[in-house]
Design a protein around this ligand. Sequence first.
Ligand code: FES
Length: 156
Amino acid sequence: MEETLEKILTAYRKDEGNIISILQDIQETFGYIPEDAVNWFSKKLDIPASRFFSIATFYAQFHLKQRGRNIITACCGTACHVKGSDRLISGLRKKINLPDGEDTTDDREFTIERVACVGTCSMAPVVIINKNVHGKTTADKLMKEIKKLKGKKSEA
Ligand code: FES
């Protein structure tokens, strides 16, 4: 890890970057922001770790926990809620064995995120799977997509 962090630090110093660019580089490298990486930069740059964490928690783009290989973003805005998004999500959570209070499966295969309106209300309920938008989603359609993703894993 140290060698990777040194590379980010060198780029940061060369480009006179800021904390946000460090956090972006860390996340791009590891898929999330490990606490150890923040503490490492905090010591190297003599910047309190709390400054890194306050920025990381302010911006939704940063993730402090490891995420799954497949990101399922469920819209929970009003239109999607009315069209049954809650039922859809709880069914999905059961199907992928995601315990209450968790957003990523133990095998790190899936992460489910809930967001407010994604701006395509006429297609409610909307679920975004790995950046692909699925409108007028039903439990069956959703399960087919999940099966495809699980199939890709077993092919790999
Ligand atoms: S409420 Fe879901 S897209 Fe608008």
